[in-house]
Design a protein around this ligand. Structure first.
Ligand code: FE2
Ligand code: FE2
Length: 168
């Protein structure tokens, strides 16, 4: 018979998933910054790169709270989302649509993170891990804010630029 697994196991497994994902994202953001055309988008990626370092530290604190070693577990979802972003960098290089494409790729990352942190925060609360829930919520807020900032950049310039070139 399979060994019984509980919410604690799910929590630990999902923590490893997002830990792996955050470290992948930490490596991807500088590449996205280099690829971005507008200074505003470069600055947004740079800011989130710094936040991501703090998010990784928060995850290490959560591992500590549950008495486990900080360890990642391959996350196929983030691998796929990041390779789609790389495809956009490649296929839309030197075009007016590049920044709009980069923003869409970055928002796919943020939404993945938001779903993971939303779940982890709830599970931490269920498990009576109030301090962990607080740390996870702090990151959840940063991810949501980043997503909103990217929407603003898309609306204020990147989408128009992508359209304008076509009309010209
Ligand atoms: Fe993150
Ligand atoms: Fe993020």
């Amino acid at each position: 018979m399979a060994k019984e697994k509980t919410l604690e196991d799910l929590f630990h497994d999902t923590l490893k998933d997002i830990y792996y994902a955050e470290r992948k994202i930490l490596k991807a953001l500088p590449k996205m910054k280099r690829a971005a055309q507008s200074d505003e988008l470069k600055a947004a990626f740079d800011k989130h790169h710094q936040e991501t370092q703090g998010q990784i530290e928060r995850l290490q604190q959560v591992f500590e709270i549950i008495g486990k070693r900080a360890q990642g577990k391959t996350c196929d979802a983030i691998e796929g989302i990041i390779s789609e972003g790389e495809e956009i960098m490649d296929e839309f290089k030197d075009t007016a649509a590049l920044d709009a494409g980069l923003i869409s790729a970055a928002q796919a990352v943020e939404h993945y993170e938001i779903t993971r942190y939303g779940t982890l925060k709830r599970w931490a609360t269920e498990l009576g891990l109030a301090d962990a829930a607080k740390l996870l919520d702090a990151t959840l807020q940063e991810e949501s804010k980043t997503d909103g900032d990217l929407t603003k950049l898309a609306d204020s310039s990147a989408n128009d630029r992508a359209k304008a070139r076509k009309a010209a």
